[in-house]
Design a protein around this ligand. Structure first.
Ligand code: SF4
Length: 290
């Protein structure tokens, strides 16, 4: 059948859950309010996204590491990814005005780990070593173990009778569950208590992705190139059999990608603002009309 000129060459479907989560949105809103009153230093990245970073830079915001001791401004902001009590107290006791935008679901993960340690479990976090959230979770427990892969389980040496495990809030359940099973098999004589601390927005985005990949063969994943969560979403699409392109900006879309497409999906990482997704969607519709 011939296509008439105003017909779309392919349909564009947006995932039912995508993009910036409520925790990061709230942190950005709070940080904006504070930075309108006085200059701020953000302790880490509010969102792993250049458009958010540029916006704050334009407002004069500075950046420092959470584990440093000095900041160029009196106001410092802890991001949605949280901080250890040790770091939080150090900033406050050094005379800085601390605005804490830690997501309530990250607080929940901290509470889960604290409870496990209080009950005598050796703390294990499944997550990306070095990530702000994982550093925050383990910061008050120097003997905590961080693992991220099955290979880490193979090389892990633990002799404790009780092992308490939580996960970084943005991990994929399909990645975490086999790791828990491997831990149980390897440390069969230890009691292993796992508390699932993957947050609801992450789970919703993961199931929405599954649904999307059942409908489309190409997925555009929108998000910062420095966003681990966005890169993971693109990987997941590929594992689900889709062709995935990770783009940060609409100008990165190449019309040749869609020559044979009938339906193209869009999703976005949890640090991607809605405006970035809209700009990519608009460009995709232009390509579909051309
Ligand atoms: S990813 Fe989840 S835990 Fe992290 S900030 Fe967003 S809602 Fe909160």
């Amino acid at each position: 059948m011939m296509k008439i000129s105003n017909q779309l060459k392919f349909e564009v479907v947006v995932a039912s859950h995508y993009g910036m989560c409520f925790g990061v949105k709230a942190a950005i809103e709070i940080a904006e309010k504070v930075s309108q009153k006085s200059p701020v230093t953000i302790l880490g990245e509010l969102a792993h996204n250049v458009s958010v970073q540029r916006k704050f830079e334009a407002q004069g915001a500075r950046q420092a590491d959470l584990t440093e001791n000095i900041a160029p401004t009196n106001d410092v902001i802890i991001t949605a990814h949280g901080a250890s009590d040790k770091d939080r107290k150090r900033w406050a006791s050094s005379g800085y005005r601390v605005t804490d935008t830690t997501c309530p679901l990250v607080h929940k993960a901290h509470a889960a780990l604290r409870n496990l340690v209080s009950a005598g479990y050796h703390p294990v976090v499944i997550g990306k070593a070095g990530h702000t959230e994982v550093r925050g979770l383990t910061g008050d427990f120097p003997d905590a173990t961080v693992i991220s892969t099955m290979e880490d389980v193979e090389t892990l040496r633990l002799t404790c009778a009780k092992i308490g495990v939580i996960s970084q809030t943005t991990q994929q359940l399909t990645h975490v569950e086999p790791i828990i099973a491997a831990l149980r098999a390897k440390f069969a004589s230890s009691e292993i208590h796992f508390i699932d601390t993957i947050c609801r927005p992450t789970k919703d985005r993961q199931s929405a992705l599954l649904e999307l990949c059942n409908k489309v063969s190409i997925v555009i994943v929108v998000g910062g190139k420095n966003s681990n969560n966005t890169a993971q979403l693109a990987d997941k699409c590929r594992k689900l059999g889709c062709t995935a392109y990770h783009v940060q900006d609409p100008d990165e879309l190449i019309p040749a990608w869609f020559q044979k497409a009938t339906t193209v999906g869009i999703t976005a990482g949890t640090s991607t603002p809605d405006e970035d997704v809209d700009r990519v969607r608009q460009k995709l519709l232009e390509i579909a009309k051309s």
